[in-house]
Design a protein around this ligand. Structure first.
Ligand code: AMP
Length: 119
């Protein structure tokens, strides 16, 4: 399967690694939208959050633990951060391998009603 994040997990495409476990890889986003912008990626290929199965429940916990570790490591656990995953076209998902954006390191605009675009 031709998947960008599978290629990064396999080391075929380089990434700037922040944190890694047996099941999760965390690396800097190539086009950061905040002072800290790290992608939290399960090594197992899952298309998006909507394809997470019952067998993946433990993995979802590991993803969140990895996010905590990254925030601790980068010193933004106390100041706060946002953890977000885009699912599908309307959310603007570009890479169809489940990943969470961990963004922080500065005051973020509030995520809410104003993010909805019509037309
Ligand atoms: P999404 O739109 O939620 O699918 O997010 C995909 C993210 O992957 C975007 O923020 C891109 O900047 C990021 N990205 C694309 N290619 C790479 C790469 N080679 N290394 C790191 N991040 C990447």
């Amino acid at each position: 399967m031709d998947c960008l994040f599978c290629s990064i997990v396999d080391g075929l495409i380089p990434s700037k690694k922040v944190y890694e476990t047996d099941d999760v890889l965390c690396f800097y986003d190539i086009a950061p939208v905040a002072p800290v912008h790290v992608l939290i990626v399960p090594k197992k290929h899952i298309d998006s959050v909507h394809q997470i199965g019952a067998e993946d429940v433990a993995l979802v916990g590991q993803i969140h633990q990895a996010a905590q570790a990254v925030a601790d490591q980068l010193g933004i656990a106390d100041s706060g951060y946002r953890l977000v995953t885009n699912c599908g076209k309307d959310a603007g998902q570009e890479v169809f391998h489940l990943h969470y954006h961990l963004v922080g390191g500065g005051r973020l605009s509030h995520f809410g009603q104003t993010d909805i675009h019509t037309g």
